[in-house]
Write a protein that binds this ligand. Structure first.
Ligand code: AP5
Length: 216
């Protein structure tokens, strides 16, 4: 399956991507995670991306598309993938089609996680991520046993730079203006499916698996 997850910041894309990639045995490709790894390594790409990420803006398309193209060439993506956070603009979506066409494949389905704005703001303000294994937690909705310490690997948790309230407002605005138009773009192609992403994480996963079943 070649799947794209779409939804506003904090909708739960990263959380669901982990479960869905396990369930469908496809690699999770998160452009946010790829950029954060480059930032952590202080690579030239990371230094360029950081200035956009810290202020909640999109990294320029040409940088992002080149990074995704390289990742799609990895052998594990040959038979399917789950894209989390890409595409995020109409031009990225068109570029993705252009990358898939010579490979003789196309997207099967775009899964939209539907959540209201007030809920995503609560989710982002309490999000904590593990430095060690990358697991996503929440201080209120999915807390660790010991505050600040990952239950899975014992790693230290951190709060993302771009989860500060003023940056979150800007990211939501960027989503509405630049990414939300993709919903109609994919609906017109008949490959969009939406699920209610409010409620316990495992319930959302079950709804997502149910919605994806007819595309497998
Ligand atoms: P990225 O990392 O993709 O951020 P995002 O799209 O803003 O999404 P988030 O990671 O903030 O949220 P999420 O939907 O994954 O939610 P999560 O599962 O963590 O991008 C970051 C930046 O990188 C961008 O701003 C941009 O600068 C750059 N970038 C990335 N891709 C790009 C691209 N294609 N083009 C250009 N630039 C790009 O969940 C959030 C919280 O909610 C967690 O704490 C979680 O535990 C909790 N939670 C999850 N599900 C539930 C639930 N059902 N109930 C209660 N709490 C829940």
């Amino acid at each position: 399956m070649r799947l794209v997850l779409i939804g506003p910041p904090g909708a739960g894309k990263g959380t669901q991507a982990e479960y869905l990639s396990e369930r469908f045995l496809i690699p999770k490709i998160s452009t946010g995670d790829l950029f954060r790894a480059h930032v952590g390594n202080e690579s030239p790409l990371g230094l360029e991306a950081k200035q956009f990420m810290d202020t909640g803006q999109l990294v320029p398309d040409e940088v992002t598309i080149a990074m995704v193209e390289q990742r799609l060439d990895d052998p594990d993506a040959a038979d399917g993938f789950l894209l989390d956070g890409f595409p995020r603009t109409i031009s990225q979506a068109e570029a993705l089609d252009g990358l898939l066409e010579p490979r003789g494949v196309k997207l099967d389905v775009v899964l939209e996680l539907v959540v209201e704005t007030d809920q995503v703001i609560r989710r982002l303000s309490g999000r904590r991520t593990c430095h060690g294994c990358g697991k996503i937690w929440h201080t209120e909705f999915d807390p660790t046993t010991v505050a600040g310490v990952c239950d899975r690997c014992g790693g230290e948790l951190f709060q993302r730079e771009d989860d500060r309230p003023e940056t979150v407002t800007h990211r939501l605005d960027v989503y509405t203006k630049q990414t939300a138009p993709l919903i109609n773009f994919y609906a017109a192609q008949g490959i969009l499916v939406g699920v209610d992403a409010v409620g316990p994480v495992e319930d959302v996963t079950e709804r997502a698996i149910g919605a994806l079943r007819s595309f497998v």
